[in-house]
Design a protein around this ligand. Structure first.
Ligand code: ARG
Length: 445
C-alpha cells in the first residue's frame, strides 16, 4: 500500500477510543466460539487473558499506533497474534470488521447515552433546587421578547425541566434501537460457521438481535438518531444560554452568573463576560452540523458496508464530546447563578404585566373577551398618559372606561402578585400548580 493511501485511509487516530468496547466484543465472541466448540476452552482463556493485557497496554500507552494497521480492530488483533500466534489468528472466525465496528460503535454509543442521561438528570436537579432557592420570586414572562405576563421564577425553571425530560425520553427511545446486536452478521451474508448469536448478544447486554446481515453491515441509523437527540439537547442548551446571557446584561440585570464560569477582558477591567454560555450557544452549531454530516454521509450509500461509513466516527464522537462538555458546565452555572431579586422587583411594575389578568377579571363579570380586551386597552392608555401603573389608576379612571366597573373586585387582580395568584388553569404559573409540579418532580427525581 502506498504511504499516501495509508495516511488517507487510517482511522486509528480517532477510533482508538473504541478499544475497550472492541476488546469487550472480542472476548464475548471468543467465549461463544469456545462454547460452540470452534475454539477449545484453553484457547479461549489464552485469548481472554491476552486481550485484557492488551487493554492494559493501551491504557498505559504502551501499544504504539501505526497507520499501516489502519484501525483499532487491526491493532488489537495484530497484538493478539504477536503474542499468541495461531491461537490469535482464530479470533476473527465468523466475524468481519463490518459487524465488529457496528458492535463496537453501538456499545460505545450506549455507554455515552447513559452518561448524557446522568448529566441531564443532574441539570434537572439543579433547576429543581433553584425552585426552592427562588421561592416566591416573580419574573416577567416574555412573548416576542416583550414583557407579557408575570410568572413565578420556579415556573421558568420547571419549563426547562420539561424540555430536559423530553430529551431524556428521546434518549431512552433511541437507546432501545442502539441496543440491538449486530455481531454475527459477519461481512454481509452471515456465516456458515455454527455460531450462537443469541449468546454474544446476551453477553454484551444487548436487548435484541439485529435480524438481517445486509442491514447490519450498513445500518448507522442509531448514530444519526443519537446525534439528533444530541442536537435537540444542544438546541435547548443554546436557547437557555441565550436567555441567561441577556438576563446577565446591565440592561436586564436579572441574573448574576458565578464568577468562576465567566471571564474578564484584557482591556476593559470592569467586564465579566459570559463566555461559557456563549460557547454553549456557539457549540450547538457543531452538533447540528454533525447531524447534517451524518445524514449526507449516508444518503447515497447502496447496501451494504461501504468504506464511507468510517467517516461516521468523527462527527459522532464530536457530537457526544461537545454536548457532554456543555452539560458538565451547565450544571454549576444553573446552581451558582443568583437572581437579582431586588432589581427585578423594582421594575415589575413596568410593562403592564397585569393587563391580561385584569382583562380576565372583567370577563369573569360576564363581559365578552373582545370587549374586555378593548376596555383594558383603554385603561392601559389612560395609565400610560399619566405615566402610572394600572393599580395606580383612580376609581374615576375605571368608571370613565366603563360605568359598571366597580373598582374593588377588579383591583384584586392588579399588580404582579395579584395576577400570579389569579392563574388557575392546569400548567399555569398559579402558585398551587407550581407547588404541585415541584412536588411531582421531587418525587420523580
Ligand atoms: N475502520 C473501519 C470503519 O470504521 C472498520 C470496518 C472496515 N471494514 C472493511 N471492510 N474495510 O468503517
Amino acid at each position: 500500500m502506498d504511504q499516501s493511501l495509508a495516511r488517507f485511509s487510517e482511522s486509528i487516530s480517532f477510533d482508538h477510543r473504541l478499544y475497550k468496547h472492541d476488546i469487550r466484543g472480542s472476548i464475548a465472541h471468543a467465549r461463544m466460539l469456545a462454547k460452540q466448540g470452534i475454539l477449545t476452552d484453553p484457547e479461549f482463556l489464552q485469548i481472554e487473558r491476552e486481550l485484557l493485557s492488551i487493554q492494559d497496554r493501551i491504557e498505559r500507552q504502551e501499544l504504539p499506533f501505526r497507520i499501516e494497521l489502519e484501525d483499532i480492530h487491526m491493532h488489537i488483533e495484530q497484538a493478539l497474534i504477536d503474542a499468541l500466534g495461531d491461537v490469535g489468528r482464530k479470533l476473527h472466525t465468523a466475524r468481519s470488521r463490518n459487524d465488529q465496528i457496528a458492535t463496537d460503535l453501538r456499545l460505545w454509543v450506549r455507554d455515552q447515552l447513559d452518561h448524557v442521561d446522568e448529566l441531564l438528570e443532574q441539570l434537572q436537579r439543579a433547576f429543581l433546587s433553584r425552585c426552592d432557592l427562588d421561592h416566591g420570586v416573580i419574573l416577567p414572562a416574555y412573548t416576542h421578547m416583550q414583557r407579557a405576563q408575570p410568572v413565578l421564577a420556579a415556573h421558568y425553571w420547571l419549563a426547562y425541566m420539561e424540555k430536559l425530560q423530553r430529551d431524556r425520553s428521546r434518549l431512552a427511545d433511541c437507546r432501545r434501537r442502539v441496543n440491538s446486536c449486530p455481531l454475527g452478521g459477519a461481512a454481509v451474508a452471515g456465516t456458515s460457521m455454527p455460531i450462537d448469536r443469541r449468546m454474544t448478544a446476551q453477553l454484551l447486554g444487548f436487548e435484541s438481535l439485529a435480524a438481517n446481515s445486509i442491514d447490519i453491515s450498513s445500518d448507522r441509523d442509531f448514530a444519526v438518531e443519537s446525534v439528533f437527540v444530541l442536537s435537540m439537547i444542544a438546541t435547548h442548551l443554546s436557547g437557555w444560554a441565550e436567555e441567561w446571557i441577556l438576563w446577565s446584561t446591565t440592561e436586564f440585570g436579572f441574573l448574576k452568573l458565578p464568577q468562576a464560569f465567566c471571564t474578564g477582558s484584557s482591556i476593559m477591567p470592569q467586564k465579566v463576560n459570559p463566555d461559557t454560555l456563549e460557547l454553549t450557544r456557539g457549540k450547538s452549531a457543531r452538533v447540528i452540523g454533525n447531524l447534517q454530516t451524518l445524514l449526507v454521509l449516508l444518503k447515497g450509500l447502496p447496501l451494504a458496508y461501504n468504506r464511507d461509513l468510517q467517516e461516521d466516527k468523527p462527527p459522532l464522537f464530536d457530537a457526544f464530546d461537545t454536548v457532554i462538555a456543555c452539560l458538565e458546565l451547565a450544571v454549576p452555572i444553573v446552581q451558582g447563578s443568583k437572581l437579582q431579586t431586588e432589581a427585578i422587583a423594582k421594575r415589575l411594575d413596568q410593562g403592564y404585566l397585569d393587563a391580561t389578568a385584569l382583562m380576565e377579571a372583567i370577563m369573569l363579570q360576564g363581559i365578552p373577551q373582545r370587549t374586555a380586551h378593548h376596555k383594558v386597552g383603554a385603561l392601559v392608555a389612560l395609565a400610560k398618559e399619566q405615566n402610572i401603573t394600572l393599580a395606580e389608576l383612580s376609581d374615576q379612571d375605571f368608571l370613565q372606561v366603563d360605568p359598571n366597573f366597580v373598582g374593588k373586585s377588579l383591583r384584586k387582580s392588579l399588580g404582579v402578585q395579584g395576577a400570579v395568584e389569579s392563574y388557575r388553569s392546569l400548567g399555569s404559573s398559579g402558585p398551587e400548580f407550581v407547588a404541585e409540579q415541584i412536588a411531582l418532580w421531587k418525587n420523580k427525581l
